[in-house]
Design a protein around this ligand. Structure first.
Ligand SMILES: Cc1cc2nc3c(=O)[nH]c(=O)nc-3n(C[C@H](O)[C@H](O)[C@H](O)COP(=O)(O)OP(=O)(O)OC[C@H]3O[C@@H](n4cnc5c(N)ncnc54)[C@H](O)[C@@H]3O)c2cc1C
Length: 456
C-alpha cells in the first residue's frame, strides 16, 4: 500500500478501507453496472474520520469520488483508475428524532427507506420518495437534490433540509445542524451543497424536516382525451382536494401501452387507446372522509368529461399495482434497452407542443425510433426514453434544440454529472456557469472532489 493509503488506514482501520478485489466487485454506475476501477474504497465511520481523510487527500492532490447508494441517473459517481471512492455506508445512524419539532438528525449513510420507516413509527412522514428508496442514501439524495413522486405536495430534497454538516475538500468541517425552518443569518450555505453532486464537499450529517403522516391514501388511474384536460384535472384536484393531492404522474399513451403490453408485468387497468393516463394520489388522515371526497371529485370530473375513465384502488395492494405501471422503470429499461433517458422540465403551457414537436422530429429523422413519455407532470417534469439508440448525439440535438426554444431545463431532477454536462449551457447562462466555477474553485481549489462532474 502507498504511504497515503497507510496513513488513511491508520485513521479508518481495517473496516474502513478496501484495496483488494472487493473494489472491482463494486459497481461504478447505477443499475449495478460497471466494475469500480478506483485504487481504494474508503469507508469512514465518523465525520472526524472523513475530515482527517480529506485533509490527507487534499495534501496529496488525491482525487475522491463520493458514492452512496449508486442509484443516481446522471453518471455522477463514475470513478477512474487513479481515484479513491469515499462511501459513508458505515455512517447509518438516525441520531435524534424530535417528535415535537418534527425533525430528524441523521448520518448521511442512512438508507432513505429506513428513514421513512423510522419516521412512520412516530406517525411522521419523511416526504421525499421515489423508486430507488430502498438503496438510495440520504447523502446521495441530498447531493443529487432528488425529487420523486411527492414533490407536488412537499417539495424536493432541498426543501426538507434544515441543517447540514459538510466536510470541505481540505478537511474543514462546516457544521450547521440547525433545527429551525427560519435562519436568515447571511448566505444559506447549506443549500450550496444540495444538488452539488459531490463536487463541493462531503455531506456527513443532516437535519431533515418531517411532516405529519397522512396514512390514508387514495389512488386512482384515470384516462383523459386531451392534454388540456390533463391540466384541467391537475388544477381541479389541487383546489378541490384542499391540499391533499400528493402525486400527479402522467403517462403518455406510448409509455402506458408499452408497460401494459410489452413488459409482461402489468395489468391493463384501462383500455390502451387514450392519449394520456394520469396516476393521482391523495393523502390524508381520515380514510373515510378522504375517500368520500376523492370519489366525489373524480365523479364530478367524469360527469364533466374532463376524465373519460377511472380506476380507483380498493386496497393497498391495488394501489401498489397501479403505481407499479408508472414506477417499474427497471422492467421498462430491461424490455426497451438500449435507450437514451431524458429528464426535462419546462412550463406546463409549453409541454404539449414540446412533446409533440420532439415526437414528430424524431419520427422524421429516426423513423425506427420510439419515444416513451411519462413523468411528474404536476411538477412540469417529464422523463422520456428514446430507443433504439442509433446516434445519441443527433437524438440529443433534436431533443435539446426544441427544449431551448421553450426555455426548459436539461435536468429537472437527476442532475448533470457527466451525462448532461455537454448540455448544461443550454439551461445556464455563461455568467451563471462562471459563478459556479468560482464557487468550485473557492471550496475545492485543487479540484479533488468528483473531478469532471457538472462543470469540472
Ligand atoms: C428506479 C429509480 C427511480 C428513480 N426515480 C427518481 C425520481 O423519481 N426522482 C429523482 O429525483 N431521482 C430519481 N432517481 C435518481 C435519484 O437521483 C437517485 O436515486 C438518488 O438521488 C441518488 O441517491 P444515491 O444514494 O443512490 O446516490 P449515488 O447515486 O451514489 O450518488 C449521487 C450523487 O451524490 C454524490 N454523493 C454521494 N455521497 C455523497 C456524500 N456523502 N457527500 C456528497 N456527495 C455525495 C455522488 O458523487 C453523486 O454525485 C431514480 C433512480 C432509480 C434507480
Amino acid at each position: 500500500m502507498s504511504e497515503l493509503l497507510n496513513a488513511i488506514h491508520a485513521i479508518v482501520g481495517d473496516k474502513g478501507l478496501i484495496t483488494d478485489e472487493r473494489v472491482a466487485q463494486r459497481p461504478n454506475e447505477s443499475w449495478s453496472k460497471g466494475s469500480c476501477p478506483a485504487k481504494a474504497v474508503i469507508r469512514p465511520a465518523s465525520t472526524e474520520e472523513v475530515s482527517k481523510v480529506l485533509a490527507l487527500c487534499h495534501e496529496a492532490n488525491q482525487t475522491i469520488i463520493p458514492q452512496a447508494g449508486m442509484t443516481g441517473l446522471a453518471d455522477a459517481t463514475k470513478a477512474t483508475e487513479g481515484d479513491f471512492v469515499l462511501s459513508l455506508e458505515r455512517m447509518r445512524s438516525i441520531e435524534q428524532l424530535d417528535t415535537q419539532g418534527a425533525t430528524v438528525l441523521v448520518q448521511a449513510g442512512v438508507v432513505v427507506e429506513d428513514l421513512q420507516n423510522a419516521a412512520a413509527e412516530h406517525d411522521l412522514l419523511f416526504a421525499v420518495d421515489w423508486g430507488a428508496r430502498g438503496s438510495a442514501q440520504v447523502a446521495g439524495m441530498l447531493a443529487a437534490n432528488a425529487g420523486g413522486n411527492k414533490v407536488i405536495r412537499y417539495g424536493m430534497a432541498r426543501d426538507q433540509v434544515l441543517g447540514l454538516e459538510v466536510v470541505l475538500a481540505d478537511g474543514t468541517v462546516l457544521t450547521n445542524l440547525k433545527e429551525t425552518l427560519k435562519d436568515n443569518t447571511g448566505y444559506d450555505l447549506k443549500q450550496l451543497f444540495v444538488g452539488s453532486e459531490g463536487t463541493l464537499g462531503i455531506i456527513t450529517r443532516a437535519v431533515l424536516r418531517l411532516w405529519p403522516s397522512a396514512p390514508a391514501r387514495q389512488t386512482a388511474l384515470v384516462g383523459v382525451e386531451s392534454f388540456d384536460n390533463a391540466l384541467l384535472l391537475l388544477n381541479t384536484l389541487k383546489q378541490k382536494l384542499e391540499g391533499k393531492l400528493s402525486a400527479f404522474e402522467a403517462m403518455w399513451n406510448s409509455f402506458y401501452s408499452f408497460m401494459v403490453n410489452e413488459t409482461g408485468n402489468h395489468q391493463k387497468f384501462i383500455d390502451d387507446s387514450l392519449p394520456y393516463y394520469i396516476l393521482v394520489e391523495s393523502e390524508c388522515v381520515d380514510d373515510t372522509r378522504g375517500k368520500e371526497q376523492f370519489i366525489e371529485v373524480l365523479g364530478e370530473l367524469l360527469e364533466q368529461e374532463v376524465i373519460v375513465d377511472a380506476v380507483i384502488a380498493e386496497s393497498q395492494q391495488q394501489s401498489a399495482a397501479l403505481w407499479a405501471v408508472r414506477d417499474d422503470i427497471e422492467a421498462m429499461v430491461q424490455a426497451f434497452s438500449p435507450l437514451i433517458p431524458y429528464d426535462i422540465s419546462l412550463p406546463l403551457r409549453h409541454m404539449e407542443a414540446y412533446t409533440n414537436e420532439v415526437k414528430e422530429a424524431l419520427s422524421e429523422q429516426f423513423p425506427e425510433s420510439t419515444c416513451l413519455t411519462f413523468g411528474h407532470l404536476g411538477d412540469g417534469n417529464i422523463h422520456f426514453c428514446v430507443g433504439p439508440v442509433s446516434d445519441k448525439k443527433a437524438i440529443d440535438t433534436v431533443v435539446y434544440k426544441i427544449l431551448e426554444k421553450y426555455k426548459g431545463s436539461v435536468s429537472a431532477e437527476h442532475g448533470i454529472g457527466l451525462s448532461k454536462k455537454p448540455y448544461i449551457h443550454l439551461s445556464r447562462s455563461d455568467a451563471e456557469l462562471a459563478v459556479m466555477r468560482s464557487i468550485k474553485a473557492a471550496l475545492d481549489p485543487k479540484g479533488i472532489l468528483n473531478p469532471g462532474k457538472i462543470i469540472g
